[in-house]
Design a protein around this ligand. Structure first.
Ligand SMILES: [Cu+2]
Length: 247
């Protein structure tokens, strides 16, 4: 059953997979990760990419090998090439493949999602909450209210190393609150308050890195794409000064 072509495909597959896995391990594909939540999300993404690469390379190698190795050599002048032998369904393979892949999906692929969500949840429930920011989305802008500091404006300034909770709602239609540098995102729904947390770990601002912005992530009309606000993560001292200056 194992012929030369199968062995050749297997060897090429292993080599190509190793090359792509190594290349991916060196590739810097993520934007700045500025919160503990972001690291959890990136870890899950990394893990899933590592196990997806062999699948991708297998399809690619088997396809290209077949195209090159089994292409017909007769030209149109010699007459139309004949069909190859009819391939019948191998029920044992089909069922085996379904059982194996289903088991892998359930036990492996779902794992980082479940455990990661749990970790993000634990971070949210930590008793170190320091700052609450109320966020309101309207076509096509965000408004930020700091209830404890008595500040309302269109600028989102956050202190470094703080656990922040965002209480999010919308005035008119569905929007979605997303800060790419923090990764997590949640819908902004009229008449409802949704919550999302960030445990901030890195300084940054929009002028240096566009991932420090609030971006609407739910199609909400004409200017949805530019429904964004600049985010600035500053040292605690600078944050306190900013609060005083706003009041
Ligand atoms: Cu939008």
């Amino acid at each position: 059953m194992i012929n030369r072509d199968t062995v050749a495909v297997a060897i090429i597959w292993i080599v190509v997979t190793a090359v792509v896995e190594i290349a991916f391990s060196f590739a810097d594909i993520f934007p700045a990760a500025a919160s503990e939540e972001a690291v959890i999300v990136d870890d899950a993404f990394n893990f899933l990419t590592y196990i997806a690469i062999p699948v991708f390379t297998f399809v690619l190698v088997a396809l290209i090998y077949s195209i090159v190795r089994f292409r017909t050599r007769s030209s149109a002048v010699d007459g139309a090439p004949e069909d190859g032998p009819h391939v019948r369904t191998n029920h044992r393979w089909v069922w085996g493949w379904m059982v194996v892949t289903s088991a892998l999906v359930v036990t492996v692929i779902i794992h980082p999602g479940l455990t990661g969500l749990n970790e993000v949840d634990e971070l949210a429930q930590g008793d170190d909450l320091e700052l609450v920011v109320e966020v309101s989305g309207i076509q096509w802008a965000w408004t930020f209210t700091y209830p404890d500091q008595n500040i309302t404006g269109s600028e989102l300034v956050l202190p470094l190393d703080a656990h922040v909770r965002f209480d999010i709602t919308a005035v008119d239609v569905l929007h979605s609150f997303w800060i790419p540098a923090f990764r997590t995102k949640i819908d902004a729904v009229p008449g409802l308050t949704t919550q999302i947390h960030a445990n901030i770990t890195e300084l940054g601002d929009y002028d240096d890195d566009i991932n420090f912005r609030v971006q609407c992530a739910e199609l909400c009309g004409r200017d949805h794409g530019i429904m964004q606000s600049q985010v600035r993560v500053v040292e605690r001292e600078e944050f306190n000064e900013w609060v005083l200056a706003q009041q």
